[in-house]
Design a protein around this ligand. Structure first.
Ligand code: CAA
Length: 257
């Protein structure tokens, strides 16, 4: 697949997607969104691809939504056109994906990273929601996902001041799953993705659905969903294979059935 704003490679069962607008620090314009929607739809429907890594450059994961594209927009165009609603197509992806963040992840860049199932970051990563400095506010989920990731106090402080959080603080605060040296970021993310890709695909989808439900439901409803999904996996061939492989002391080979 060839894209104007993305570089896409496959590494066995892992899709690697690089944001590729270096001249604009990977600012997220409409072309990037259209390309991301296409690549995520292709990933979702390809059973051979079992995990995806989204990354940027060493300098920037993404420095936000494209300010130049937005600067002259009217209320009618933004509200009437439901600007940013296209990102719901990415968060609707049921299969696992990881954001591998180096450098700036600001505004929409931070928000895109937070749409991932988890973030692996390099020691140079910087996260922030600086929209308030532009007299706007987060518009791609930052006011909601950042609060859930790091709690109200830090999220409110970041959104109201626009200050950046460095990688160490982001890891301490729980925004980032793991920090790695910059030179190893993509390899580490690919290794982690390959480990996920080796799991039974139905178990991965069900696990993601259950963990995500923790944000949307009461404890009782979430635990009921978890239990039902756990029961449902006993209808899969992969469950028989996974447990047989344990008993026979070998690696399981999973088909997504
Ligand atoms: N939109 C459009 N262009 C951007 C951009 C953005 N978000 N961020 C950087 N660029 C462009 C710059 O305009 C510049 O282009 P030119 O060479 O044509 O002038 C190029 O990328 C390089 O940027 P800088 O020269 O500014 O690089 P720097 O290293 O000096 O600074 C930076 C880096 C601190 C990240 C700075 O670029 C910056 O502050 N960027 C904007 C960050 C921001 O405000 N993001 C939020 C956007 S709004 C949003 O995201 C809304 C939402 O909720 C979704």
């Amino acid at each position: 697949m060839n894209f104007e704003t993305l570089l896409v490679e496959t590494h066995d069962a892992v899709t690697l997607v690089r944001l590729n607008r270096p001249q604009a620090l990977n600012a997220l314009n409409s072309a990037v969104l259209a390309d991301l929607i296409t690549v995520f739809a292709a990933y979702e429907t390809d059973p051979a691809q079992r995990c995806l890594v989204l990354t940027g450059s060493d300098k920037a994961f993404a420095a936000g939504a494209d300010i130049k594209e937005m600067s002259q927009q009217s209320f009618a165009a933004m509200y009437g056109g439901n600007f940013f609603a296209g990102y719901d197509r990415i968060t609707a992806c049921r299969k696992p994906w990881i954001a591998a963040v180096s450098g700036f992840a600001l505004g929409g860049g931070c928000e895109l990273a937070m749409m991932a199932d988890f973030i692996i970051a390099s020691e140079t990563a910087k996260f922030g929601q600086p929209e308030i400095k532009l007299a706007v506010m987060p518009g791609m989920g930052g006011s909601q996902r950042l609060v859930r990731a790091i709690g109200k106090a830090k999220a409110m402080e970041m959104c109201l001041t626009g200050r950046m959080m460095d990688a160490a603080e982001a890891e301490r605060a729980g925004l980032v799953a793991r920090l790695v040296p910059m030179a190893e970021l993509v390899d580490e993310a690919l290794k982690t993705a390959a480990a996920i890709a080796a799991m039974a695909p139905l178990a991965a989808i069900a696990t993601k659905e259950a963990v995500d439900a923790a944000f949307e439901s009461t404890l009782t409803a979430g635990i009921r969903l978890e239990r039902r999904l756990f029961h449902a996996l006993f209808g899969s061939e992969d469950q028989k294979e996974g447990m047989a492989a344990f008993v026979e002391k070998r690696a399981g080979a999973f088909k997504g059935q």
